[in-house]
Structures are given as structure tokens and as C-alpha cells.
Design a protein around this ligand. Structure first.
Ligand SMILES: [Zn+2]
Length: 225
């Protein structure tokens, strides 16, 4: 199941933005910690933004496409089975309703009535678990992922662009953590979870990612310099 279908558009957008912030902020902090000049830091951040957005788009495109292909293939097979062996399919559906708690007689009656109305729909829903044929368009899903990643990544990049010298790292860290806390709280609210828990969790992983790349940047910067 791809992201958008599983968790809904808003949470997918929040997660995409989170990814953008954490990965580009980490690149910026890492490269800046190596002692690189302002321009290479910005270039590295920009490259990270483009690479991340493309990778998100590709991943989402493949995921949505294969989901849609699988659903179409399942439905085609089900349709052929309904045409060739209606009675077996009726038994199969009735058995599914029996397992869910209906007595055999009611299960058969329900299965027969549903199949008379929309046999493929009933089998798709109750046997295959397909509630609606994937409305998600792979291109649209890919563009949405790339856009939310870019929107998130643009914030630390902008902070790094405006700041200079020794101010780059603190500017990126502060802006990123603030936005991550807000997004974490938003994501938690959409999911019905406690706000502070969501905010702290996201901020913790963001801070950890930046701390690790800062350490790597400082280390390699020292080695190279
Ligand atoms: Zn069936």
C-alpha cells in the first residue's frame, strides 16, 4: 500500500515535508561543519533538495503504479472466475460472511443478494479488500511527494542562504527544529495522538540526524583540511 492511500493526503504531505527538512538540514549542517564556504554549503543543500525530490517522486510513482497494476490484475482474475464458476464464487463469498459471524443460511442469502446486485463489487470488497479501484494517479502522487519534500527542504535552505559564516549551523538547526515541532504536532493532531508526543518524536529524530551529520562533517573536514 502506498503512503497516500494508507494515511491520507494531509499526513502524507506532513511526512514529505519532514523528510525534506531533515535530509536537507542534515546536509547543510554536515557540509557547513566541515568548514566549507557559504556557496558550496548552499550548492550541497540545493543538490540534496533536487535529489531528494526526484527520489521521492520516483518511489511514489513506482509504488502507486504497482499498487494499481496489482488491483487491476486481481479484479480481472475475479471477473473471469465469476464468469466461469458463479456457484463456486457464491460459496466462497458465503463462507467469508460465515467466518465473520453470520449463520450459514444468512451468509448464503447475503452473498446471493449482493452478487445479484454487483457480483464483482462484492468480491472485490469482501474477498480482495479493494474498496475502490485506486483513484490515485501515479503522476499526481509523484508530483505531490516531490512538492511536499521541496517545500520542507526549502526552509532550512533559505535559513542557510540568509545566514552567513558561523551563523549557518545555528540558523539551520533552529529553523528546522521549530518547523519540525510544528509539523510533528500537526501530524499528531491529524492522527488523533497527543500533540507534544508527536512534536517531541519528530524533533528528536531531526536533532539526531543533524548531530550525526555535523559530527561526520567536522570529522571529514578535519581530515581533508
Ligand atoms: Zn471471488
Amino acid at each position: 500500500m502506498h503512503l497516500v492511500h494508507r494515511i491520507g493526503w494531509l499526513r502524507a504531505a506532513v511526512l514529505g515535508a519532514n523528510d525534506g527538512i531533515v535530509s536537507v538540514a542534515s546536509i547543510l549542517v554536515g557540509v557547513a561543519s566541515s568548514g566549507a564556504a557559504h556557496q558550496p554549503v548552499i550548492l550541497a543543500g540545493l543538490a540534496g533538495l533536487v535529489a531528494g525530490a526526484m527520489s521521492m517522486a520516483a518511489g511514489e510513482y513506482v509504488s502507486v503504479s504497482s499498487q494499481t497494476d496489482t488491483e487491476r490484475a486481481d479484479l480481472a482474475r475475479e471477473k473471469a472466475e465469476l464468469e466461469s464458476s458463479w456457484d463456486d464464487e457464491l460459496e466462497e463469498l458465503a463462507l467469508i460472511y460465515e467466518r465473520r459471524g453470520l449463520d450459514p443460511q444468512t451468509a448464503h442469502s447475503v452473498a446471493r443478494q449482493l452478487m445479484e446486485k454487483d457480483a464483482l463489487g462484492a468480491h472485490a470488497r469482501d474477498e480482495l479488500g479493494i474498496t475502490e479501484v485506486s483513484a490515485a494517479n501515479p503522476i499526481q502522487a509523484a508530483l505531490t511527494s516531490a512538492a511536499t519534500f521541496t517545500a520542507g527542504a526549502a526552509l532550512p535552505l533559505l535559513a542557510a542562504y540568509i545566514a552567513s559564516g558561523a551563523a549557518i549551523v545555528p540558523a539551520v538547526v533552529i529553523v528546522s527544529l521549530l518547523v519540525l515541532v510544528v509539523l510533528g504536532a500537526l501530524g499528531a493532531q491529524v492522527g488523533g495522538a497527543p500533540l507534544w508526543k508527536g512534536a517531541l518524536r519528530v524533533a528528536f529524530w531531526g536533532a539526531l540526524a543533524m548531530a550525526v551529520t555535523a559530527a561526520v562533517g567536522a570529522l571529514f573536514g578535519t581530515v581533508a583540511g
